[in-house]
Write a protein that binds this ligand. Structure first.
Ligand SMILES: Cc1cc2nc3c(=O)[nH]c(=O)nc-3n(C[C@H](O)[C@H](O)[C@H](O)COP(=O)(O)O)c2cc1C
Length: 381
């Protein structure tokens, strides 16, 4: 490993990778949620061996991002969707040690991790990875997660006030050389100092937020906002709104990242058939629980449309689904770029079986189309 030393922002892996028109990443392989809300068997499992294999594949294929899901309770049903999930700080410390390229961004529930602990843990991961650490800040919306800590989610109007104060403390710990006190609304701290500093001058921040207050917070405080959509029209609207808010708050470079489930087969018909097979085997109980817990008014959907609604939800909990041949998937990714998406977390029904062909068949097409720049033989940082 290279010797420790501060990496200026301009030289950081994050800023170099940001030159890609479309960055790629892997999200949520620490969680049984990554398999989707259905009962179709897959080789995917929550195991350390498989996580390492997928992370090394992402590295070798020239992906830029690797990020876990933060979840404490599942959503019941036959699959108990996301019920089995590794803790994210320890998981990403391990991933940082076995990779050389991907940014090792840690999803953290800010109300569940004290900022003093988080600042030191992320600085440690930044050293393990030689400057590839970062935070994906989530505020917590799932009551069952928070109840395990004796807490309730913050009211929507307070969530991002809390988040801003939390992040301010972390960034001071990363940057200030003298001990400081903090007397805010949520934290009263004395003599705070963070040593060692992260290797990067400032590890990147991602914020997964969808509400107006969340989007404002994300555009002000983050390098990337992480968003989910059902359909291209909503995505276009969100992207336009994000650009307006970003210009207002003076952070025009903030990026937009989404997740996409890729179902790529030799023929369009085969891909569509497999997509239908997953839909037909959706775990409707878990999809219903997830929808209700995330504030979707499922009972407001007309009864005759509810099943289809839940099958949609099960197929794409936060994902855009890309279905077709390699050429069609490349076209769809190009369309997402045109909608303003700067980075995509790519998911697969079966990572071990399907991810290599994404690198072999789809990424070269994207290079020809100018949606990806060639990766200089997966540079190591
Ligand atoms: C793509 C994506 C990934 C997310 N990942 C997590 C996660 O790992 N854990 C979590 O509790 N919430 C996660 N969230 C939820 C968000 O942090 C946020 O609470 C939710 O989108 C609602 O937005 P709001 O807080 O602005 O209302 C995720 C959201 C999105 C869009």
């Amino acid at each position: 490993m290279a010797g420790f030393g501060r990496i200026q922002r301009e030289q950081s892996a994050f800023v170099r990778y940001r030159q890609q028109p479309m960055m790629f990443g892997v999200f949520g392989t620490n969680s049984s949620g990554s398999a989707g809300i259905h009962t179709v068997p897959s080789s995917f499992d929550v195991s350390w061996d498989q996580s390492v294999t997928i992370a090394k594949m992402a590295d070798d294929m020239g992906f830029e991002l690797f990020m876990p899901l933060s979840r404490w309770r599942g959503f019941g049903g036959q699959t108990d969707y996301a019920g089995e999930t590794y803790e994210t700080l320890t998981y990403m410390a391990g991933i940082a040690a076995v990779t050389h390229r991907v940014l090792t961004i840690v999803t953290l529930h800010l109300p569940l991790v004290h900022p003093t602990l988080a600042a030191k843990a992320i600085a440690t991961i930044d050293h393990i990875s030689n400057g590839r650490g970062g935070i994906n800040a989530v505020m917590g919306w799932y009551k069952a997660d928070m109840a395990m800590f004796g807490l309730s989610p913050h009211a929507p109007e307070d969530r991002y006030v809390y988040g801003a104060e939390w992040l301010e403390i972390v960034q001071r710990l990363w940057s200030e050389d003298e001990p400081f006190d903090h007397d805010g609304r949520y934290f009263h701290l004395q003599g705070c100092i963070g040593k060692p500093k992260p290797i990067q001058a400032r590890p990147p921040i991602i914020s997964a937020a969808m509400s107006p207050a969340g989007v404002r917070f994300a555009t002000q405080k983050a390098d990337f906002t992480f968003a989910s959509f059902q359909g291209y029209d909503k995505l276009r609207d969100h992207s336009r709104n994000l650009r307006t808010v970003a210009a207002e708050v003076g952070n025009p470079d903030v990026g937009l990242v989404c997740t996409a489930l890729v179902i790529c087969r030799d023929t369009e018909d085969e891909a569509k058939r497999f997509h239908r097979h997953l839909r037909d085997n959706a775990d409707l109980v878990a999809a219903r629980n997830l929808s209700i817990q995330s504030g979707v008014d499922v009972d407001g959907v007309p009864p005759e449309k509810q099943e289809e609604f839940l099958r949609d939800m099960a197929m794409s909990p936060g994902n855009i689904t890309l279905v077709g041949t390699a050429e069609q998937i490349a076209e769809q990714i190009s369309e997402l770029r045109a909608c303003g998406v700067d980075a995509l977390f790519i998911g697969f029904h079966d990572y071990l079986g399907e991810m290599p062909q994404f690198g072999d068949r789809i990424m070269p097409l994207l290079e020809q189309m100018g949606v990806r720049l060639p990766v200089e033989a997966a540079p190591r940082v």
